[in-house]
Design a protein. Structure first.
Length: 466
């Protein structure tokens, strides 16, 4: 029975196991045990009954979601947490709210923005991070926005330090304030502008705790520096106009089924009500005529590999009401090659490197299909023992891990946009998409990403924005 559960849980999109767990004590107990082990959630024995109750309630919510909503839900790290514990993973704090008097105000709705844009395809988005149980979402949102703007302005994608932003943004403004209690993104922009300093993640790693501000190490701001920030007018069209310029910091209400979101277009129905105040900061990285793609900071075990797609046109959960992005100016210095990891070109079927193989041929395909290659607790193991399955080597030939890929793609409501389908059938999905969905920045075009040009002020923007 347990082996069966592990196989089905690896797919996560299969709702049958959730329904079976709700109707079978044996399945429920085995599923809960596997869940606690997978997410390294070690609760004292006195709490196990509470955790089981929470897990059952979450299973029911997932089942109801998958039955009634246009998007899908799944079990994740929040499935055994209380509402208070979940709140520690947000962190937009009213106590630090102040009028952003230093902001430029731009409506942005007057610009003729492209119909769609995804900064992940233009080398301006770093991999999803994990803020853990520190209310530092504002620091992650601000850092991601600065990474995007730095890539566009400076020409190099860098992974900056959320820890420095967490420690230093309120050190002077709010003495003795704990940044894990929450904050606002524009305060981070103000700090970096004033300090003219922002460490790289490799020089100042994240600790999920606010310590005394330390910024004496080298700064990663070489090719560009923060010159200010923009407060975007409210509304979905203005949000799209802002994302057309750069990845942006957004605030929204994250509650209810948002915590269990997996794939599809989330509309907030039943979770958010008009006039409610946001509690979480994220980063807007893409838009279409009908949707927004938002980057979260809850690791890639949440949502659609760490991202969520929102319906456009409804200010879903206030996502278009509190939008900010940093402005930067080029320094004239040249930064080196990118040190931030970017998506591998999985759709390029190159010559096989015979030295690249899985040491664990039995478990590695399942680890990849389960989306666990990049999990914090799995990365070292996967990199050492599952290099082939997890695409951790150069020149790896593309192959499907499942034998019924055409059927899986046809029967999935989201096709290859479903993580479980794309993970099991990468070769078939690439053939269906007509090539690699990841578009790297061009090497010409004055160093600007594809679709942009170098404006007279030295900043890469879409032509109509110059």
């Amino acid at each position: 029975m347990l082996a069966f559960i592990l196989v089905v849980l690896a797919a996560q999109a299969n709702c049958d196991i959730v329904l079976q767990a709700l109707n079978s004590r044996t399945v429920f107990t085995s599923l809960l045990s596997h869940h606690l082990s997978s997410f390294h959630q070690a609760y004292p024995r006195s709490q196990l009954r509470l955790r089981a109750t929470l897990f059952r309630a979450n299973l029911q919510e997932v089942a109801d979601c998958n039955k009634n909503e246009q998007y899908s839900c799944s079990i994740n790290q929040f499935s055994t947490m209380t509402a208070k514990e979940r709140a520690q993973y947000t962190g937009l704090a009213n106590s630090t709210l102040s009028s952003p008097s230093n902001a430029l105000h731009q409506p942005l709705t007057a610009y003729a923005t492209p119909d769609s844009l995804d900064w992940r395809q233009h080398g301006a988005v770093t991999p999803v991070q994990n803020q853990a149980s520190c209310g530092s979402c504002w620091a992650f949102s601000a850092t991601a926005a600065m990474e995007g703007q730095y890539s566009i302005t400076g020409g190099t994608l860098r992974k900056f330090s959320e820890q420095e932003v967490l420690e230093c943004s309120y050190e002077t403004k709010w003495p003795n304030y704990d940044g894990c209690g929450g904050g606002w993104m524009y305060d981070a922009f103000d700090y970096v502008k004033t300090a003219k300093h922002l460490s790289l993640l490799k020089d100042k790693p994240y600790k999920a705790v606010d310590e005394v501000c330390s910024n004496s190490g080298p700064s990663g701001l070489k090719a560009a520096e923060v010159s200010g920030y923009v407060k975007v007018a409210q509304g979905d069209d203005a949000l799209a106009g802002a994302i057309a310029i750069t990845p942006v910091s957004v605030a929204m209400l994250s509650t209810g089924k948002f915590f269990s979101y997996s794939t599809g277009v989330y509309d907030g129905a039943g979770d958010c009500k008009a006039g409610q105040y946001p509690n979480h900061a994220l980063t807007g990285v893409a838009y279409t005529r009908d949707t927004f793609v938002i980057k979260n900071s809850w690791s890639n075990t949440w949502g659609d590999k760490g991202f969520i797609t929102l319906a456009r046109g409804y200010d879903v959960c206030r996502v278009a009401s509190f939008v900010y992005y940093p402005t930067m100016k080029a320094t004239g210095d040249i930064d080196g090659p990118t040190d931030a990891p970017t998506p591998l070109d999985k759709c390029k079927d190159e010559v096989w490197d015979s030295s690249c193989r899985d040491e664990n041929t039995r478990d590695c395909p399942g680890i990849y299909t389960d989306g666990r290659c990049m999990e914090d607790n799995m990365l070292d193991y996967a990199y050492k023992y599952c290099r082939k399955s997890c695409y951790f080597c150069n020149n790896i030939p593309l192959q499907d891990l499942a034998g019924d890929c055409p059927k899986r793609i046809a029967e999935s409501s989201n096709g290859c946009k479903s993580w479980t389908v794309e993970a099991a059938c990468p070769k078939s999905c690439c053939a269906e998409d007509g090539g690699d969905p990841t578009v790297a920045p061009t090497d010409d075009n004055d160093g600007c990403p594809s679709g942009t040009k170098l404006c007279p002020d030295g900043v890469c923007r879409h032509e109509h924005m110059c």
